[in-house]
Design a protein. Structure first.
Length: 80
């Protein structure tokens, strides 16, 4: 897959994922945390607010993979 297409597909997937994830996390928090204490609510939303970075980080790793491989080959040929 060409690099530009890979980055475009990754960007579209990332935007859609973050929007859907935010709504799902908000609905789950609203349905399950209504009677919970403030500390538990803060803990849930802190974890839910940071959990999206793991799949998005993997997606960014996938998007950048051809660049990393090209840099690795470039370093290998200059080292010889």
């Amino acid at each position: 897959m060409p690099l530009r297409l890979r980055k475009f597909v990754g960007m579209v997937v990332m935007v859609v994922f973050v929007i859907v994830y935010a709504f799902v996390a908000m609905v789950i928090g609203d349905l399950t945390m209504q009677d919970a204490g403030t500390g538990l609510q803060m803990l849930y939303f802190a974890i839910a607010g940071l959990a999206w970075t793991i799949p998005v980080g993997a997606l960014m790793w996938w998007m950048d993979k051809p660049v990393r491989e090209a840099n690795r080959l470039k370093r290998k040929t200059t080292a010889e």
